[in-house]
Design a protein around this ligand. Structure first.
Ligand code: CDP
Length: 582
C-alpha cells in the first residue's frame, strides 16, 4: 500500500527502460532470494529521508519532513542526482555515500598492505580509490631490513589490482582505481608502459603527475633528473622530450597513461595548510588529500531549459533553486555518511569538500539548437558553469553562516579572501556514467557518442538506444525513415546519409568533433570548476601520435588540471561502441 501512495505522489517520474534495468540490477533493495523489495520511488524516498535527517544535527527542531520532500522532488524530477553510492547505500546498513577517495601509500610493507585493505573496504561500498605511488622506493633499490631488493611501485600496484578483482564479485559495483606516479620517479618508464600488454592492471587508470618544470624541459629539449623518493638523491636523468613522446605513444596506443598537471592542481589546493595534493579519484575529476573523500552530485541540464518569447532558453531561476537544494543536500551527506575508516571520517570533515557538477550538457545544446563544436557552445559552457560555481559558493557561504565554516578554514584560501565557506570546494564535473543512464540524459559534458548506439553496461548486458532529440527532429523535419535509423545503427555517420545540412551540423557526434573542440569545451568548464573536469578527448582511429602530443600541450596551455584521451579502436573493452563494431 505504501508503494501505491509513493507512486501517486510521483506521477511525473518517467524512467527509460535502460534506467529501470540499471536500477533493478544494483540500486534497489533486494531480499535474500534476490527479489526486489523497493520501488524506484521508495529508493528516492529512502535517500531523501536519510539525507534530510542531517538537518537535525544543526537544528533539533528542523522541519525534516519538508526538507525530505524538497530532496525527493529534486531527484524524482530528475533535476539532480547524487553519486551512485548515495543512491545505493543511504538509509541502508552500509551507509557509505561517497564516490571518491584517495589513500596514502608510504614506503613500507605495512603502509602498502594497509592501503590494499582499505581499498577493499571502500570498493565494497561502491567507492573508487586513487593513490600516488610516488613515495615508494624504485625497483632494485635496497631494502634495509632484509638486505633484499625492492619490487617498485608497478609491482605493488598488482596487489591492488588483484584485490579489486576479488572484491568486485560481491561488491555493489566494479571498483576503480587511479595510480599516479611522479614524472621524476626513477620507475617512470616502467609505469608509462605498465598497461602495454592487454589484460594487465585492468582495474586501474594510470596518470603521470607532470610538473611545470618538466613541461618547460620538454619545450627546451633538455634532460631532467630522476629522484629516489626514499632519500631524495638524483639517480639519473632522462631527456624530457623523449619521455613526453613515450607517454604520448602509450596513450595513443592504449589510452593509458593520462596526465595530471600536479602543480596546477596544487595551485588551486583550497587547504594547502593540510598538505600537498598527490592524487585524484579514479576518473581524475576530484583531486584529494590522502584520506580525504568527496561526495558528488550532478544537475541535469536538459531539465533546465524553458521557453521564453517563443524560444528555448536556459532557465537560470530554476537552475539557481536546484543549486541551492543540491548544495544543502551534499553538505548533509557528509554528516550522515558512514565512513569506512576513522581517518577518512576525520579528514573529510575537516575540509567538507563537495562536488556539484552537471550532466546532460549535450542534450541541452540540442534543445537550444547549438552545435557542440561551435563558439556559442563554448560561450554557453562558460556561462552555465560560472553560474553554477558562483551560486554554489554563495549557498555554501550561507550555510557557513548557519552551520559554521569548514573546520580547516583557517589557513585555507577562503580565509585570505575573508569569505565564510561551509565547503572547501563546491564544484566537480563527474563522468556520470550511471547517473546519466538513470536520468536519461547525455553523460556529463560529453557530446553524444552516436545518434543510435548499443551500450554495454554492467556484466556485458547490451542496450540499444536512439537519440530522442534526433528522432523527434527527424520526424518533424520529415526525413525520418526506418532505413535511416538502420543505417545509423549500423555505424553510418550523419555526413553519409540523406538529411538536411542544419541537422548534420546540430547532431554532430563525438567522432566528428575534432580533438581541439573537446579540449576547448573542457577548458571552458574548468574555468569555473573548483575541482577538475571529467572529459574524454576522442580521436579517430587514424589519428597520429603527433595529434595526441599537440592536444597534451594544448591542455597545459589552456590551464586544464589533467587530460584523458581515447583513440577509437585502441582498447578492446571499449565501454561504448556503434553499429558494426559490436
Ligand atoms: O554515475 P555514477 O555516480 O555512478 O559515477 P560516475 O560519475 O561515472 O563516476 C564518479 C566517480 O565514481 C568516479 O570518478 C570514481 O571515483 C567512482 N566510480 C567507481 O569507483 N567505480 C565505478 N565503477 C564507477 C565510478
Amino acid at each position: 500500500k505504501s508503494e501505491m501512495k509513493a507512486d501517486a505522489r510521483t506521477e511525473g517520474l518517467k524512467l527509460t527502460d535502460n534506467a529501470m534495468c540499471v536500477l533493478e540490477r544494483r540500486y534497489l533493495k533486494k531480499d535474500k532470494q534476490g527479489k526486489t523489495t523497493e520501488t524506484v520511488e521508495d529508493m528516492f524516498r529512502r535517500v531523501a529521508r536519510t539525507i534530510a535527517m542531517g538537518e537535525l544535527i544543526y537544528n533539533p527542531k528542523a522541519d525534516v519532513r519538508s526538507r525530505e520532500d524538497e530532496f525527493f522532488n529534486l531527484m524524482t524530477r530528475l533535476e539532480f542526482l547524487p553519486n551512485s553510492p548515495t543512491l545505493m547505500n543511504a538509509g541502508r546498513e552500509l551507509g557509505q555515500l561517497s564516490a571518491c577517495f584517495v589513500l596514502p601509500v608510504d614506503d613500507s610493507i605495512e603502509s602498502i598492505f594497509d592501503a590494499v585493505k582499505h581499498t577493499a573496504m571502500i570498493h565494497k561500498s561502491g567507492g573508487g580509490t586513487g593513490f600516488s605511488f610516488s613515495r615508494l622506493r624504485p625497483e632494485q633499490d635496497r631494502v634495509g631490513t632484509t638486505g633484499g631488493v625492492a619490487s617498485g611501485p608497478v609491482s605493488f600496484m598488482r596487489a591492488f589490482d588483484v584485490a579489486t578483482d576479488v572484491i568486485k564479485q560481491g561488491g555493489t559495483r566494479r571498483g576503480a582505481n587511479m595510480a599516479i606516479l611522479s614524472i621524476d620517479h626513477p620507475d617512470i618508464m616502467k609505469f608509462v608502459h605498465a598497461k602495454d600488454k592487454a589484460g594487465v592492471l585492468t582495474n586501474f587508470n594510470l596518470s603521470v603527475a607532470i610538473t611545470d618544470k618538466f613541461m618547460q624541459a620538454v619545450k627546451d629539449g633538455v634532460d631532467y633528473d630522476l629522484l629516489n623518493p626514499h632519500n631524495g638523491e638524483v639517480v639519473s636523468s632522462l631527456n624530457a622530450s623523449e619521455v613526453f613522446n613515450k607517454i604520448v605513444h602509450m596513450a595513443w596506443k592504449t589510452g593509458d597513461p593520462g596526465i595530471v598537471f600536479i602543480d596546477r592542481i596544487n595551485a588551486y589546493n583550497p587547504t594547502p595548510q593540510l598538505g600537498r595534493i598527490e592524487s585524484t579519484n579514479p576518473c581524475g575529476e576530484q583531486p584529494l588529500l590522502p584520506y580525504e573523500s568527496c561526495n558528488l552530485g550532478s544537475i541535469n541540464l536538459s531539465r533546465m531549459v524553458t521557453v521564453s518569447g517563443g524560444q528555448n532558453t536556459v532557465d537560470y531561476k530554476k537552475l539557481s533553486r536546484v543549486i541551492k537544494s543540491a548544495v544543502r543536500f551534499l553538505d548533509n551527506v557528509i554528516d550522515v555518511n558512514k565512513f569506512p575508516l576513522p581517518q577518512i571520517d576525520e579528514m573529510t570533515k575537516k575540509s567538507r569538500k563537495i562536488g556539484l557538477g552537471v550532466m546532460g550538457f549535450a542534450d541541452m545544446l540540442l534543445e537550444l539548437g547549438v552545435p557542440y563544436n561551435s563558439e556559442n557552445s563554448i560561450k554557453l559552457a562558460e556561462e552555465i558553469m560560472c553560474f553554477v560555481n558562483d551560486e554554489a559558493h554563495k549557498f555554501s557561504s550561507e550555510l557557513a553562516v548557519e552551520r559554521g565554516v569548514f573546520p580547516a578554514y583557517r589557513g585555507s584560501i577562503y580565509e585570505k579572501s575573508g569569505r565564510p565557506m561551509r565547503n572547501a570546494s563546491c564544484t566537480t564535473i563527474a563522468p556520470t556514467g550511471t547517473l546519466s543512464i538513470i536520468a536519461g540524459c547525455s553523460s556529463g559534458i560529453e557530446p553524444h557518442f552516436a545518434l543510435c548506439f548499443t551500450r554495454n553496461i554492467l556484466d556485458g548486458t547490451k542496450m540499444i538506444e536512439v537519440n530522442p532529440y534526433f528522432e523527434r527532429a527527424a520526424k518533424e523535419g520529415g526525413y525520418y525513415s526506418e532505413e535511416l535509423i538502420k543505417s545509423l545503427a549500423e555505424g553510418a555517420h550523419l555526413d553519409e546519409v540523406d538529411v538536411p545540412q542544419d541537422a548534420k551540423d546540430l547532431f554532430v557526434t563525438a567522432h566528428q568533433i575534432v580533438p581541439e573542440w573537446h579540449v576547448r569545451i573542457q577548458a571552458a568548464f574548468q574555468k569555473c570548476t573548483d575541482n577538475a573536469v571529467s572529459k574524454t578527448v576522442n580521436f579517430s582511429r587514424d589519428a597520429g601520435e603527433c595529434d595526441v602530443a599537440e592536444v597534451y600541450k594544448m591542455a597545459h596551455a589552456r590551464n586544464l588540471k589533467g587530460i584523458t584521451i581515447y583513440r577509437d579502436g585502441s582498447r578492446e573493452d571499449q565501454p561504448m561502441s556503434t553499429g558494426k563494431a559490436e
